[in-house]
Design a protein. Structure first.
Length: 150
């Protein structure tokens, strides 16, 4: 659902949160998504991104705000400059934010968006079957609390 930048600030169902840095909302029970969160923490040398498990009240509210299923997470969310990016575009922007060499993966934009999102959809639908599910939601480890919201 297309919404104006920072529209969540006017949604009373979305708790206020610091949004001066890009935020990645991920499925904290999905092993692949949690692995992605660990990857971002390891490679985001400038601590640019904040992470937010979708299972938190704020994560749930953001999915609902954007008209996405707040229980069956079909995509990670990237909220950057108050704007929402999902599926392949969100992922490419995350890689760009990590800098070199990861930003080179933006070459994926040569594929039409429909193809990129179709490939993303296959992975998203099968992520639990292929990679597994965590029993406990992935949360900040000691020393990483400032990198997480929620």
């Amino acid at each position: 659902m297309a919404r104006p930048p920072y529209s969540y600030r006017d949604d009373h169902a979305v708790p206020a949160f610091p949004d001066e840095r890009p935020i990645i909302v991920f499925d904290g029970h999905c092993a692949l998504c949690s692995g992605w969160a660990r990857f971002v923490l390891r490679h985001d040398r400038g601590a640019r991104f904040r992470l937010l498990p979708a299972q938190t009240p704020l994560g749930h509210a953001l999915y609902a705000h954007y008209g996405l299923d707040p229980v069956d997470y079909e995509t990670n969310l990237l909220i950057q400059d108050g704007r929402l990016f999902v599926k392949s575009e969100g992922t490419i922007r995350m890689f760009e934010g990590l800098g070199l060499p990861w930003s080179l993966l933006a070459v994926g934009r040569i594929l039409p968006l429909s193809w990129r999102d179709a490939l993303y959809g296959i992975m998203a639908r099968n992520r639990i079957k292929w990679f597994g599910r965590r029993e406990i939601c992935y949360l900040a480890e000691p020393g990483q609390a400032d990198r997480f919201l929620g």
